[in-house]
Design a protein around this ligand. Structure first.
Ligand code: NAD
Ligand code: TDX
Length: 339
């Protein structure tokens, strides 16, 4: 079994590669990653010497490179994690999101059509459903919830989902799609809420909370997401969408306070800043389908997952300090100074 994992030098893709190499020692895993600002080869250092693993630097939009890779590797499965993934960056610069998230997905699927494949899996997001109101805790996103996007990021991911499902209907491509809620855990890029707050708190820097901090996200430990994708690629029904989430809704401000408490830092570091444009209020996933059909359930409770995550950032300072001392400084300045 050969699996191409795109975007495997990023947060979730790398965790998925670790999971797969450990669980299936006879599988060959080929990572295709462009190494954008979000991709880090150092993340994959522990598997680089594994003979079952190959890293290829390349762009999922580069048709020739993608086709060459398919000719060389003859993959059985493709799992597409590669994407521009940060909502705030999509608000500043939508173009690259359309290019990678839509055109890159189409290029990967064209390769699958041309060379044949057992399964193409699209890693999507709960953000394609838009948001839910605060005053209706009974409402959750299920797979039939209409697509209703808010940001250029979520619109590009939703466009990709529609293309993936259309390639199934039109060409019979054996696809699956999963839509997961917010992940957290090791190797999360420090532009995102949880790692940004951990890094800033450790450096005694202000903790920039958007708006009033009351927006709600449904957090899932990254390993649980990886296990769900593993189940879907092996046992999920072709042409189907599976929502992934662990019924763990939390307000941003409560997460930030929890991080302050865990690191023994004062709440006075918390700074309320101008809200994100078009900020989605609440996400909440109904994971009944993946539970009923594939037996998936999240294994890590948030209290344990956040402790493990904070310990990981304490033990791996070099990983994130290298990131935040580079080009990231310009991003941070543009995004947060005088906000
Ligand atoms: P990330 O930004 O940490 O990593 C993205 C990776 O993709 C990086 O290694 C980057 O170098 C690579 N990449 C970007 N453009 C590329 C291109 N054109 N060609 C090849 N590689 C390219 O993202 P993440 O948080 O790990 O998210 C992975 C996937 O999961 C994305 O598709 C995202 O939409 C989806 N997702 C993320 C979350 C979350 O909470 N992070 C939740 C649900 C879904
Ligand atoms: O500095 C911050 N302050 C703040 O209040 C940042 C970076 C975020 N926030 C808020 C915005 C959101 O309400 O925290 C919440 C989480 O923000 P992000 O970490 O940027 O995640 P989100 O926008 O919810 O999107 C994430 O989950 C769905 C991933 O980045 C997406 O790739 C995924 O599809």
């Amino acid at each position: 079994m050969t699996i191409i994992v795109t975007g495997g030098a990023g947060f979730i893709g790398s965790n998925f590669i670790f999971h797969m190499l450990e669980k299936y020692p006879d599988y060959r895993i080929v990572c295709l990653d462009k190494l954008t600002y979000a991709g880090n080869l150092s993340t994959l250092a522990s598997v680089m010497d594994n003979p079952q693993f190959r890293f290829v630097k390349g762009d999922i939009c580069d048709r020739e490179a993608v086709y060459n890779l398919f000719e060389e590797e003859e993959p059985d499965i493709v799992v597409n994690y590669a994407a521009e993934s940060h909502v705030d960056r999509s608000i500043e610069n939508p173009g690259v999101f359309l290019e990678t998230n839509i055109m890159g997905t189409a290029t990967m699927m064209d390769a699958c059509r041309k060379y044949g494949i057992e399964r193409y899996h699209q890693v999507s997001t709960d953000e394609v459903y838009g948001d839910l109101p605060f005053d209706r805790p009974d409402l959750l996103f299920d797979e039939e919830t209409p697509i209703h996007t808010s940001s250029p990021y979520s619109s590009s991911k939703a466009s990709a989902d529609l293309l993936v499902l259309a390639y199934h209907r039109t060409y019979g491509l054996p696809v699956t799609v999963s839509r997961c809620s917010n992940n957290y855990g090791p190797y999360h890029f420090p532009e995102k809420l949880i790692p940004l707050m951990i890094a800033n708190a450790l450096n005694d820097k202000p903790l920039p909370v958007y708006g009033e901090g009351i927006n709600v996200r449904d957090w899932l430990y990254v390993e649980d997401h990886c296990k769900a994708v593993d189940l879907v690629i092996h046992h999920g029904r072709v042409g189907e969408v599976y929502n992934i989430g662990g019924h763990n809704e939390m307000r941003n401000i409560d997460i930030v306070k929890m991080i302050c408490d865990a690191l023994d830092k004062p709440y006075s570091l918390i700074t309320y800043v101008t809200d994100r444009k078009g900020h989605d209020m609440r996400y909440a996933i109904d994971p009944s389908k993946i539970h009923t059909e594939l037996g998936w359930l999240p294994e890590t409770k948030f209290e344990d997952g956040i402790k493990k995550t904070i310990s990981w950032y304490l033990d791996n300072r070099e990983w994130w300090e290298t990131i935040i001392s580079g080009e990231y400084r310009n991003y941070y300045k543009a995004m947060y100074v005088n906000r």
